[in-house]
Design a protein around this ligand. Sequence first.
Ligand code: SF4
Length: 296
Amino acid sequence: MKFDIDNCTLCPRACHANRTKQAGICGGRDTIRCARAMLHYWEEPCISGSNGSGAIFFSGCALHCRFCQNAVISAEPYGKYLTPERLAEIMLNLQNQGAHNINLVTACHFVPWVIDALGIAKKSLHIPIVWNTGGYETVETLQALEGYVDIYLPDFKFFSPETAKHYANAENYPETAKKALSEMLRQTGKPVFDGMLLKKGCIVRHLVLPKHRHESIALLQYLAETYGTDQFLLSLMSQYTPMQQDEQFPELNRRITKMEYYSVLDKAQELGFDGYLQDSSSAKEEYTPDFHLQGL
Ligand code: SF4
């Protein structure tokens, strides 16, 4: 993979930061930074299983969604700097604690260093590697992960460029996420299970936003027409939680209604998607962990 640390184009923002001197839009400098490592029980059941997923939360994010559910680590300069060697140790510690997989959460802006860590850890790791991402990734960066990642867990957040611009100043999000998903599916193929646990494959997550059910329905139709419904698992999420009162975007100041969620859920079922279709009563804040540098 071509990576110029002094002219970074790792992610679709392509902000050309000289990361030896300053952080890019993502907040990333020239060293891995993480906020927490933990056994995580709130992912999809085929990821968390009974023992938990070995989640490592990376600090920073290139996307900066207005409604981010993890803003404390994605938008703030918060976290602990780690070498690839230390990150590899953390992965092995999680495996020793019984984690079913290593779940790398929003690591796109640290890909070269993460690949170094995976190269060290892979010799002793015997559990799948999960790439847990906002879906805003370049095909080139994803290709660099081929052979290291077993399971892709991307969001597909926005289907219209207008909405992507409105909430994340990323008009190119839909086109970028489409290409990224095609590359992820090329690498993994259809889901492969070992008992209840996913060993290989792709889970596409979509968080239904207030006042955006029609866009969610259009996304589901696109996914079904483009890929069919048996190439990946769909995780349709209802737990949108307003993290602050937003005067500029007042429509984001409430949770979604049952009508909004069930209209999207009905379409997912009508199209024949398989996966995780939450009941709207599961909209709770417990899905967002606290970040206090534990496990690092
Ligand atoms: S990874 Fe960060 S520094 Fe690199 S292009 Fe993206 S936002 Fe800029």
